[in-house]
Write a protein that binds this ligand. Structure first.
Ligand SMILES: Cc1ncc(COP(=O)(O)O)c(C=O)c1O
Length: 407
């Protein structure tokens, strides 16, 4: 009889490059919970876990679709009424295109993955903002392409540094990622910056990948599609039902490929890849029609609730000695900075905060900022009164942490 092999079975090397701190950090929180402390999870931007509710007409649309027997596979690009609804929504937002340039996806996440997989391979470069939403770096690690980071500046409301972006373009650049409104900073970009970003992609003839999942959650009202500045520029827009339609668990979103024929091959490539994963969640595609063509009054209430929470967050964080924070103008994130003593990292601070108070944030280096810079991200979806208590805890902890480190 041959001896039984007992050594660990290795995983592919690419897994090492696939880092998603927003969820990876939960392992630490579980240890803190196991030690008996309650954890307040401010790491994930999920409005449902903080008491916001999916609009009833969307839930009814899913129920109806299931009862009507729409439980089979959908077309891999999505059902036509859903693609028509997305195309009409894009046109309303200033990005006119036909429904055959829309693919219904398992959230914005799958749209990003499909587009990057269709565009980039080993040796290619993709321009991404820092701080970034970490799925971009994770997927680029998976496809073997290089994430080339461009600066966004907290001193200018987290605006992208256009000159820096221009200096980073090389013959290997395959796409420019723009997240506006932004996670993790909560920024919305000025018209001038948006136009400059579109011009860069247009001039250099690579796609601008426009992550617009928070477009309807700017506090001053919905932000137009970046493609509205030039509908003939090579732009692919991504969004979903997760945030502005309060249904993140449904995993239903879309990508919309700009009308220029320069993107025809990329669109064909994306559709080919989409065939392999069969389809997105079928019954939810019917809710997508209900969401985009039905009552959106919940969004107004949601924006108001978010602005209140942003105000509390901004005032309370900036009142803490050693912390500064830029006022967000959209979504439910702030990216404060704590002035750390030499040798201390953002992860040291965030993990010590978790262990001392049970408040779980994500360290900035999980979004690509330098560990010594002391950034961390707060999700401010909790009730203002609860947030106030949380900021009391952060204030007390930070005072003790910085005193302990400097004395
Ligand atoms: C900027 C950004 N893009 C994409 C996503 C993924 O969203 P979805 O649930 O639509 O996949 C998120 C989720 O937090 C996000 O913040």
């Amino acid at each position: 009889m041959s001896a039984r092999a007992t050594s660990a079975i290795p995983v592919a090397g690419r897994v090492g490059g696939f880092v998603y701190a927003i969820r990876n950090i939960v392992a630490e929180a579980r240890k803190v919970e196991a030690a008996g402390r309650t954890v307040r999870y401010l790491n994930i931007g999920d409005p449902i876990t903080f008491g916001f509710r999916t609009p009833p007409h969307m839930i009814e649309a899913v129920e109806r679709a299931m009862r009507d027997g729409h439980n089979g596979y959908a077309p891999s690009v999505g059902i036509l009424p859903a693609r028509e609804a997305v195309a009409a929504d894009c046109a309303r937002r200033g990005m006119p295109l036909s429904p055959d340039r829309v693919v219904i996806t398992a959230g914005t996440s799958e749209g990003i993955e499909l587009a990057l997989t269709a565009l980039a391979q080993g040796g290619d470069e993709v321009l991404i903002p820092v701080p970034t939403y970490p799925l971009y770096t994770a997927v680029l690690a998976k496809v073997g392409a290089r994430a080339v980071c461009y600066r966004t500046d907290p001193a200018r409301g987290w605006m992208p540094d256009i000159d820096h972006i221009r200096s980073l373009v090389t013959p290997a650049t395959r796409a420019l990622v723009v997240i506006d409104p932004n996670n993790p900073t909560g920024a919305t970009y000025s018209a001038a910056v948006r136009r400059a970003l579109v011009d860069i992609a247009d001039e250099h003839n690579f796609p601008l990948l426009a992550d617009e999942v928070y477009a309807d959650l700017a506090f001053d009202g919905p932000v137009p599609a970046i493609a509205s500045l030039n509908p003939d520029a090579p732009i692919i827009s991504f969004s979903s039902l997760s945030k502005a339609y309060l249904a993140p668990g449904w995993r239903t979103g879309w990508l919309a490929v700009g009308r220029t024929d320069r993107l025809d091959e990329v669109l064909a490539g994306i559709k080919k890849l989409a065939d392999g994963r069969l389809c997105s969640t079928g019954p939810m595609e019917y809710a997508l029609v209900a969401a985009l063509t039905g009552d959106r009054s919940h969004q107004q209430a949601f924006r108001l609730a978010l602005r209140q929470r942003a105000d509390v967050t901004h005032a309370r964080l900036n009142a803490i000695d050693g912390i500064t924070s830029v006022m967000p103008s959209a979504a439910f994130y702030a990216m404060p900075q704590v002035t750390l003593p030499p040798g201390v990292t953002d992860a040291d601070y965030v993990l010590a905060l978790l262990r001392a108070t049970g408040v779980l944030c994500v360290y900035g280096s999980g979004f690509g900022t330098a560990p010594a810079d002391g950034f961390f991200r707060v999700v401010f979806l909790a009730e203002p009164s609860e947030l106030s208590g949380i900021y009391d805890s952060i204030a007390q902890f930070t005072r003790e942490f910085l005193a302990g480190r400097t004395s």
